[in-house]
Every structure is written in C-alpha cells, then in structure tokens.
Write a protein that binds this ligand. Structure first.
Ligand code: ATP
Ligand code: IP8
Length: 265
C-alpha cells in the first residue's frame, strides 16, 4: 500500500462538540449545523490536498464520562461498563456526524480511536498515522473522535479530540489545523461569561495571556485545546480557531482565509 504523499498538504479539522451538539442538552445533536458544515466541506474539498476530520464529545461523551467520575480520564473504581457506555455514546455521535457527511456525498471513513491510539500515564502517546495516510491515499476522508483509549500504565484514559488532532497534524506534517467551535475565536476571557470580552485575531501562545472560563467538560475544555495547539504551531502547522455556527466560516478557513483566531508562537 502506498503511503499518502502530502503534496498539497493535508488539512485537519477538529469539529468541537459545542458545534455538533447542544452541549447543555443530553444527547442532542445540532443536525442542521452538521448538514451545513458537510456542505461547506464538500464545496472546499476539491482544493484540498487531503482532509482528516476529528470530532469531540459534546453532550454525548462528556456527560457519560462525568457520570462515571472520569473527569481526569481515569477512575480506578469505575466499572467496566463505564468504558462500554462512553465508547457507545461517542459512536452514536460519530454515526450522526458520519451520516450527515455521507449524505452530501463525502467519502468519510470512521477510524475507531482505541484501535489506533495508545496512552501512557494519562496522555496520548501514539497514534497510527500510517493508517490515516493509507485512507487518504484511497481518496477517503478519515474521521475519528475523542474517546477512551487504552493506557499502558493506567489501563485506560479519555483522550480529547483536540489532542488527537494535534498529534495527527504533527505526525503527518499537516498544512493546517482548524478547530471549529461555537465562539468566534479565542477571547481575552470567556465571552459567554464576559460580554465585553475582546476577540483576539492573532494569539501568541508563548506571550499573550488569556483567561479561560470554568471547565465543565472532562477533557479540559478550551484550555486543553490552546495548550495543545502550541505543539502544532511550533512544528510549522498553521492553526486557527473558528466559529462553525456562522455560515461560510469553515469554507473560508479551508480556503486559507483569515477567519477567527490565528495561533502563533
Ligand atoms: P468538545 O470538547 O465537546 O469537543 P469544543 O471543542 O467545541 O467542545 P469547548 O471545549 O467547549 O469546545 O470550548 C469552547 C468554549 O470555551 C466556548 O463555548 C467558550 O464558552 C469557552 N471559553 C472559555 N474561555 C474562553 C476564551 N478565553 N475564549 C473563547 N472561549 C472560551
Ligand atoms: O470533546 C472528549 O473529546 P473532546 C471525548 O474532543 C469524551 O475533548 C469521551 C468525552
């Protein structure tokens, strides 16, 4: 099997659970937004040199993991059924996302996270990038998601889609990584709590100071996203955070336009 040749450069899109679901409503997808994003991806695809999609947990994975007190990814007294239920919740959301994308004719192919990724001491340690390259070389759009993965030291760990997308972006030498969320970009403080928060169009991950709102989800929320983004930025990947609820934004970002917040070193 030929390895994927990046050529034009692969683009990684992490579609956050805040866009795919109503995060405050248990197991409720935003079906119209999923359809809209699917169409924008379809319109942008001919100009891309390969695309990988990663999605988050939103109101599917997060409440189930929180129910079993898996906030830190691992609870030694959690019953085995907790693993079944978290993966099942994520697969339900994955099925909805996959169906929405396939409906407009996008050749998506789901990769079950725990089959290709491993953790060590609670952190994503490895991901099988060659498998993604092989799918890309078949003109497929691999899609994977944050979920439970097996951990060499702890047994298992919940890994965020943010960590997966950064690992894939660095491992594959991606051209860009786009985080799609429900806010216009990174603000100097949480815009949902502080209406006067200032949108930062360009953020230096080493110099600028950003205040993050209280984290309600199990994988560290936007703080984890921003901290991880630094790894991609420092290996030459163009990284930005955009609002996927605004029509046309994802299409524009896939076209290389300056929307949302650009992360720099
Ligand atoms: P998921 O983890 O389910 O995939 P997601 O990746 O879409 O979700 P979150 O982790 O929920 O996104 O992060 C987005 C949220 O972060 C926003 O809804 C916003 O309220 C919150 N937030 C906190 N601090 C800030 C900040 N300084 N700038 C922008 N958003 C912030
Ligand atoms: O929403 C979390 O992925 P994220 C996945 O990308 C689970 O942080 C299982 C909560």
């Amino acid at each position: 099997m030929n390895e994927y040749d990046p050529g034009n450069g692969v683009v990684i899109v992490k579609i956050g659970g805040s866009v795919l679901t109503f995060k405050e409503k248990f197991f409720e997808p935003r079906t119209e937004i999923i359809a809209q994003l699917a169409q924008e991806i379809k319109n942008a695809l001919p100009r891309l040199g390969g695309l990988i999609l990663v999605h988050g947990g939103g109101s599917f994975g997060h409440p189930v993991a929180a129910h079993y007190l898996l906030q830190k990814g691992y609870a030694s007294n959690a019953p085995a059924i907790a693993l079944t239920e978290v993966e099942d919740a994520m697969r339900k959301l994955n099925g909805i996302v996959e169906e929405g994308l396939a409906r407009v004719g996008l050749p998506v192919f789901t990769v079950q996270t725990s089959a290709v990724a491993r953790a060590r001491q609670g952190k994503l340690a490895e991901i099988n990038t060659s498998f993604f390259s092989e799918l890309l070389s078949l003109s497929l759009i691999p899609i994977t998601y944050g979920s439970l993965i097996f951990d060499e030291t702890l047994g298992y760990t919940i890994v965020s889609g943010d960590d997966i997308s950064v690992k894939l972006a660095v491992g594959l030498g991606a051209k860009s990584l786009i985080f799609v969320s429900d806010v216009d970009g990174l603000y100097d403080r949480d815009p949902k709590i502080h209406p006067d928060a200032k949108l930062l169009r360009k953020v230096s991950l080493t110099r600028d100071h950003v205040i993050f709102g209280e984290v309600k989800d199990v994988t560290g929320g936007i703080r984890n996203k921003v901290e991880n983004a630094g790894l991609a930025v420092s290996s030459g990947v163009a990284v930005r955070l955009i609002n996927g609820l605004r029509r046309g934004n994802l299409y524009a970002a896939l076209n290389g336009e300056d929307v949302g917040t650009e992360f720099i070193e």
